[in-house]
Design a protein around this ligand. Structure first.
Ligand code: NAD
Length: 250
């Protein structure tokens, strides 16, 4: 259905993987989409990938770790659309470095993209949501936000645990304003990130023992994101929802 008609959404990390799938799921339900990613996808190609008219998508080059860039990107989108309803924070990196080999720069970068970027975007987006008395934030944590990481390093585990803390804090503060803030905790999902960490055969081997014995698909996570972004999920906030084929129960 077109349940998100009239809604304006920002998806960070929306050029690839689950961010792109989320952008697609939101667009299909009628939202206009702004993709914020390091390298902005070609707007025409993005519109055709999302199967919407060009005036319903924006493609913006933003490094979410850079406060000035984030500020400018939000300000220009808000000037154009005059509202913001949905923010999906999917930008993330997960280098698989062993603990003793993590440089201070890499530690800082992983925390910066996954946690600081989420902080900056939430801070820029919340006033408009609050002003409209309606908002949906969906942050990307991970199985690594609840237990140790299957693939990323200690910095990634630390960062994804941090995303859950931020999510719960904001859920509590902004609930009375009609804004829900939730996290999704995907397991192994078949995206460019997962492919870079594990070759196809390793992905297959890692997921074979799951109750649902296969790798997850980006669209499956996107369906959850779209539900959390809808009116139907108004009573869900501060949640950290597993989507992992049952990995954590076995
Ligand atoms: P992906 O690599 O396919 O997509 C991530 C996107 O984030 C890329 O387009 C990248 O350019 C963008 N990005 C990275 N750094 C950025 C920055 N500084 N500023 C703006 N954009 C930036 O990865 P994915 O697997 O789709 O991951 C999406 C989210 O899901 C991430 O937060 C990731 O940590 C999380 N996650 C992934 C898995 C998995 O198995 N793939 C599992 C759990 C959680």
């Amino acid at each position: 259905s077109r349940e998100l008609e009239g809604r304006v959404a920002i998806v960070t990390g929306g050029a690839s993987g689950m961010g792109l799938a989320a952008a697609h799921a939101l667009a299909r339900r009628g939202a206009t989409i702004a993709v914020f990613d390091l390298a902005a996808p070609d707007p025409g190609e993005l519109a055709s990938t999302l199967a919407v008219a060009a005036d319903r998508v924006r493609s913006v080059a933003v490094d979410v770790t850079d406060g000035d860039q984030v500020h400018r990107a939000f300000a220009s989108l808000l000037a154009e659309r005059s509202r913001l309803d949905i923010l999906v924070n999917a930008a993330g990196i997960a280098p698989p470095t062993a603990f003793e080999d993590i440089s201070e720069a890499e530690w800082n970068r992983v925390l910066a993209v996954n946690v600081h970027g989420t902080f900056l975007c939430c801070q820029q987006g919340l006033p408009a949501m609050r002003g409209g008395r309606w908002g949906r934030i969906v942050n990307f944590s991970s199985t690594a936000g609840k237990t140790i990481s299957t693939a990323g390093g200690a910095h990634y585990t630390t960062a994804k645990h941090g995303v859950l803390g931020l999510t719960r804090h904001l859920a509590k503060v902004y609930g009375p304003d009609g804004v829900t803030v939730n996290a999704v905790c995907p397991g192994l999902i078949d995206t460019p990130m997962a492919r870079a960490l594990l070759p196809e055969e390793a992905l297959e081997r890692a997921t074979r023992s799951f109750p649902v014995p296969r790798v997850g698909r980006p669209w499956e996570v996107a369906e959850l994101v779209a539900f959390l972004a809808s009116d139907r999920a108004a009573y869900i906030t501060g949640a950290a929802i597993d989507i992992n084929g049952g990995d954590l129960i076995v």
